[in-house]
Ligand binder design. Sequence first.
Ligand code: RP5
Length: 158
Amino acid sequence: MALVGIIMGSRSDWDTMRHAAETLDALGIAHETRVVSAHRTPQRLYDYATSARSRGLKAIIAGAGGAAHLPGMAASMTDLPVLGVPVESAALKGMDSLLSIVQMPAGIPVGTLAIGKPGAINAALLAAAMLATADEALAGRLADWRKRQTDAVPDQPE
Ligand code: RP5
């Protein structure tokens, strides 16, 4: 059963959001992926967000670009934690996505990550850290992942 839902506003966001999926895979966290658009498929978004908790999800990662209302609208319809990933846009390089996602009104939080691939990876790692507070085995896998990352950093530039 999926613990994390990865949603995105368009198939064109998958190039970015697949990094969240791959990171969850590396940590052994079951997840699902869906294209859900706040503007183009509002009923799909409503159905997804309102059923998320009862279907067993523990967190939602939502990526969108431009007028990126998906994370905030999802957060408005579920009390699960929602992590927002601003997808880099062609016109404004993701600044539009970032500001759309980060400037939520008080009362409906979205945890906003960095623009693009780093944000997608970190959204997965943050979801993992949240789940790991109640899952010792996952906490161990996350610690191993971080140790491998540390071990992979050389101490000389060349
Ligand atoms: C947003 O518009 C999507 O999240 C995507 O980042 C952007 C462009 O979508 P497409 O025109 O590529 O479908 O809703």
